[in-house]
Design a protein. Structure first.
Length: 335
């Protein structure tokens, strides 16, 4: 990887907010959770070349990212397959073109979103390219865009939660909106799945609502409406989350993501929410920078084989988590 890029990455504070062109939200392509996080990474690194000029000429853009920011296990093959999957997707989307007091729409498509995967053996970074033809898809913001917190978006655990978070951020200033059930299915890219309203409600409404209420700065409430004997439309109301402190204010989101992913290796989110709870406690205590430095050293010790997973978890439980502001950590040896 380019040494100058890595030096710049280590020195610069990560972007706190991502601008996402609104036409991406309505584009018709299904994504895995990892693919969604790759899209967030692309958008993050293309912020400076975004433009309101539809005729802007873009150059091919290189995206370099740490493996651990995309996958907690640094699974190169999993990331490679996700990048290849994105590279094979054909995307159709509509863009709004401002025209005086109205907006025209044009239909466009991008047949290759990412390409040119490069990985050096034992490297912590992966590199891929966004073709110039796809840059308009990612970078044209003349038809409007939605701004949201990168750290929150990446940390959400399911695609429905990520999609609903983006929807909340887009319409929060309007208070809410209404759509038909079928329009909602299109927004969520459900395809032929979740035909039963009970399944749709659980997977795409109730579960995301609870996750956002617990983890995000905005959340939503909703009401399903019937026409005859069938559910026809959904009314959404969007709310600022006053029950959750803004733990991301003043926080370097790159450091926060690393801290969360590091803890998630020792306190898996498949078992409980300790990794997230501990990360939030650290952020709220103002010690994210200290935790980041300590965890980097521990990560090096683990990668080099100087310390085992049990050794590190024992250190975390007995000493380090308390030093960085986490309270109520079980003081017991890991087995």
């Amino acid at each position: 990887m380019k040494a100058s890029y890595l030096k710049k990455t280590n020195q610069e504070e990560a972007t706190r907010f991502i601008k996402k062109p609104n036409h991406i939200l309505t584009a018709r392509f299904a994504l895995s959770t990892l693919e969604k996080n790759i899209i967030y990474t692309v958008l993050d690194q293309l912020q400076k070349v975004m433009s309101k000029d539809l005729n802007q000429n873009y150059k091919e853009q290189e995206v370099i990212v740490e493996l651990k920011l995309l996958d907690k296990h640094r699974n190169y093959h999993r990331i490679k397959n996700a990048v290849k999957s994105l590279g094979s997707k054909q995307v159709e989307f509509e863009m709004n073109i401002p025209n005086g007091n109205r907006a025209d729409k044009i239909l466009d498509s991008a047949t290759l979103l990412v390409s040119g995967l490069t990985y050096e053996r034992n490297s912590e970074y992966i590199s891929f390219w966004v073709p110039s033809s796809a840059c308009r898809f990612f970078c044209y913001i003349g038809g409007g865009y939605t701004s949201f917190q990168k750290t929150i978006a990446i940390s959400l655990t399911t695609n429905p939660a990520k999609c609903m978070y983006e929807l909340c951020c887009r319409w929060i200033d309007k208070g809410g909106f209404e759509c038909t059930v079928e329009e909602f299915r299109l927004l969520m890219n459900t395809g032929e799945k979740y035909k039963q309203i009970s399944h749709l409600r659980t997977r795409f409404l109730e579960d995301p609502k609870q996750e956002l209420k617990k983890r995000a700065d905005v959340f939503f409430s909703f009401k399903l409406h019937k026409r005859g004997s069938s559910y026809y439309s959904i009314t959404f109301k969007f709310h600022r989350n006053t029950e959750v402190k803004d733990e991301y204010r003043g926080i370097d989101s790159k450091q926060y993501i690393f801290v969360y992913n590091f803890l998630n290796r020792f306190y898996s989110n498949q078992m409980d929410t300790k990794a997230l709870d501990y990360s939030e406690s650290i952020a709220q205590s103002g010690k994210i920078d200290k935790a980041y430095s300590r965890f980097l050293r521990l990560d090096d010790d683990y990668t080099s084989g100087k310390k085992t997973k049990a050794d590190i978890k024992n250190l975390l439980n007995k000493l380090i988590l308390k030093e960085v502001g986490v309270k109520g950590v079980p003081n017991s040896k890991s087995h």
